[in-house]
Ligand binder design. Structure first.
Ligand code: GLV
Ligand code: MN
Ligand code: MN
Length: 413
């Protein structure tokens, strides 16, 4: 059993897209839905899939499917996503897509004839970096989000999803649940770079996933009084930037007190995006838009975390003479991956570690409607959503080999 035939080695595949979407200002990669970099990755994925003899199709939600065998019942889906966070790493998403191509190439070169159809999938807007909702393509497909709400989403430049989709060539009125496609899928497997240090500490290249923390995003709007930076006394200000700073500190303190992974408790609160309006060095802002990402072990724990943070945010804003509004933009409950499929993967692979993750994935969205599983590949830096995210060539190769082994079993009836 070979890992991959010439031209289909995972390092070569990732090397082909290593210059696509590099972000010279932030470092790393910025590849966002329908932007030139993301379109170029779509073209690359399509060309690579076709050169492997797969039939490529873009679905009504802009997810890309490369079929090995006639699409039909019992299909095994395998893949991940091609988009990135702003200034992200090279592996989050593309490693899973390229590994799926490499594994399929190896099986085809070995003369494997699957008893079931196989589909390599690249899901759209997994990071939610353009329109704010993570796993947008898989959520639309499973009915996890209303098409009307999606059409009205706007990107940071004010472009609506409706207009962006139409400009790309996707019918915005056609987006939404795709029950026939879902009914054909028997299972989905996503390989992903690990986004923590679990495998480094366990000294293992590959793990099987057990579950995902509950997570969501909330829009925070702090309103104060825009004014002059020099002419306004410190006592006479209602500065929403100061209110936001104090509120963000409170959010971090609340989560810190609850986040105790050593005792099985996880609570995360992050504000990674903050926009003062109008945004001038010598201008006291009139408004700050910010986004809270909060995560926890259960729905109850996550809701309680967000309620405590929301109350602190309002209190801190009031202390600075400002108002604060908190609006939920998306929420996903905790995921426990299908135990049968998880155990099948672990036994097929000879008992690798089984790890939970705090990161969201399309496999987590699909888990609500069909058996899904994930494989993680060791990340020696333990860092992700950053240019410092990493995986060695050898570990990526081990990931492909593991994926090929589990797929080999799944596609045989
Ligand atoms: C995606 O990577 C997320 O967890 O937000
Ligand atoms: Mn990510
Ligand atoms: Mn990802």
């Amino acid at each position: 059993m070979r890992t991959s035939p010439p031209g289909w080695d995972i390092t070569e595949l990732l090397g082909e897209i290593a210059d696509t979407g590099r972000d010279s200002a932030r470092g790393g990669y910025s590849r966002h839905l329908f932007d030139p970099a993301e379109r170029s990755l779509r073209t690359w994925f399509t060309a690579r899939s076709e050169s492997l003899g797969l039939d490529v199709e873009v679905d009504k939600n802009s997810n890309i499917w490369a079929h090995w065998g006639k699409p039909g019942p019992g299909t095994i889906g395998v893949g991940s996503h091609l988009d990135s966070v702003p200034g992200g790493g090279a592996f989050d998403g593309p490693l899973g897509v390229a590994s799926a191509l490499s594994a399929v190439a190896a099986m085809r070169a070995d003369g494997v004839r699957p008893d079931r159809p196989v589909a390599v999938v690249a899901f759209a807007e997994e990071e939610g970096s353009r329109f704010g909702i993570a796993c947008l393509g898989s959520k639309l497909m499973t009915g996890g989000i209303a098409p009307d709400a999606v059409r009205a989403l706007t990107d940071p430049g004010g472009v609506t999803f409706r207009d962006a989709a139409a400009e790309f060539g996707l019918d915005p009125d056609g987006i939404g649940p795709d029950p026939d496609r879902l009914a054909r899928l028997a299972a989905f497997v996503e390989l992903h770079v690990e986004q923590g240090r679990g495998l480094v500490d366990m000294d293992s290249p590959v793990a099987v996933a057990s579950g995902i923390l509950a997570h969501g995003r909330w829009r925070l709007t702090f309103t104060g009084e825009g004014n002059h930076a020099g002419a306004t006394t410190m006592a006479g200000r209602r500065d929403p930037v100061v209110a936001a700073a104090s509120a963000i500190l409170a959010a971090a303190e609340i989560a810190e007190k609850l986040d105790d992974p050593g005792h099985g408790s996880h609570a995360r609160a992050t504000v990674g995006r903050l926009v003062p309006v109008p945004g001038g060095t010598n201008v006291i802002a009139s408004r700050v838009d910010a986004w809270l990402d909060a995560r926890g072990d259960t729905d109850e724990a996550t809701r309680a975390l967000v309620a405590e943070i929301a109350s602190a945010i309002r209190g801190r804003a009031a202390e600075h003479g400002c108002d604060a509004e908190i609006t939920e933009e998306s929420y996903s409950g905790p995921v426990a991956f299908d135990p049968g499929l998880r155990d099948q993967l672990t036994s097929t692979l000879g008992g690798p570690p089984v790890l939970a993750t705090g990161a969201g994935h399309d496999a987590g969205v699909l888990a609500s409607v069909l058996p899904t599983a994930m494989l993680f590949v060791r990340n020696p830096t333990g860092v992700s959503h950053s240019p410092h995210e990493w995986a060695s060539d050898a570990d990526c190769g081990a990931g492909v080999q593991s994926l090929r082994t589990v797929l080999g079993k799944m596609i045989t009836r």
